[in-house]
Design a protein. Structure first.
Length: 269
């Protein structure tokens, strides 16, 4: 299992698209942190709150995309290269193979997220020397972003095992990203407008909101003081309990990896 993890790390480090995504995430994080630091002194707001709010909005797009870029080729790529059949003949369970890939890619994802947030912490520190900064918000964002990425890693493995063709897997991975990150919220927003505060808004909407890992991530990661100012749909219901959002976000990696394992175990060498 650990040998598979080492191999997957080497492959991931050579992936140009992954490197570009990591660099872009770090770059946008730095830009958002610097841009958001300007008005905080005048408004007397903790600069880490502004930075965390901006980076949460960024992460909900970049982290799932990076996770899917890492995982869509994990099984389909081996099937196309002919190495999958060889891997399945080794005395290692399919769960072990899948977890080895997951271990390597969650490490890489954690490094990318951690590096971006470390840059944010440095910038906030040097721009606000002498002020008391609550770095716990960044720590909470770090762990919630890892859970979000792990959820989409599992979905990427499921797609990769289901089609076993990298081109098709890439298309399905982008479709999953669009559905969970973009179209899901548009659909909820349309339903809210049509319902006008009725049964759906009061009873169904909160459940659907926390059921989506991207929206659960927003609820968990956004600072409480900032949740009412964002344009995200997650700000539409202030009564959502953060605990339920955290439970959803925590369970999603197990659910997605379980689906991936169920599909992967049906593959014949």
């Amino acid at each position: 299992m650990f040998e598979i993890a080492k191999l997957e790390l080497l492959i991931a480090f050579r992936n140009l698209w992954v490197a570009i995504a990591v660099i872009l995430m770090a770059l946008f994080t730095v830009v958002l942190t610097i841009a958001g630091s300007a008005p905080t002194g005048e408004l007397n707001i903790d600069p880490i709150i502004v930075a965390t709010s901006s980076i949460t909005t960024l992460s909900v797009y970049f982290v799932p995309l990076l996770a899917l870029l890492l995982s869509f080729d994990a099984i389909a790529g081996e099937a196309e290269r002919g190495t999958l059949a060889l891997s399945l003949t080794y005395p290692l369970s399919r769960a072990g193979i899948l977890f080895g890939k997951f271990l390597a890619q969650i490490i890489l994802l954690s490094l990318a997220i951690g590096f971006s947030l470390f840059l944010t912490a440095l910038i906030v520190f040097f721009l606000n020397i002498g002020q008391e900064i609550n770095y716990f918000l960044l720590l909470r964002l770090f762990f919630s972003a890892i859970l979000l990425g792990a959820s989409f890693l599992g979905l990427g493995y499921m797609v990769s095992a289901l089609v076993r063709q990298p081109g098709v897997a890439a298309g399905l991975a982008i479709t999953i990203w669009l559905i969970f990150v973009v179209l899901y919220d548009i659909g909820l927003l349309g339903a809210l407008v049509a319902d006008r505060g009725g049964f759906f808004t009061q009873n169904i909407f909160p459940l659907l909101l926390v059921a989506n890992p991207a929206d659960a991530f927003r609820i968990v990661s956004l600072p409480d003081i900032a949740s009412g100012f964002g344009s995200d749909i997650s700000a539409a219901d202030g009564g959502i309990n953060n605990i339920w959002a955290f439970i959803s976000l925590f369970l999603w990696p197990f659910f997605s990896l379980g689906l991936a394992w169920l599909v992967f175990r049906r593959i014949e060498p």
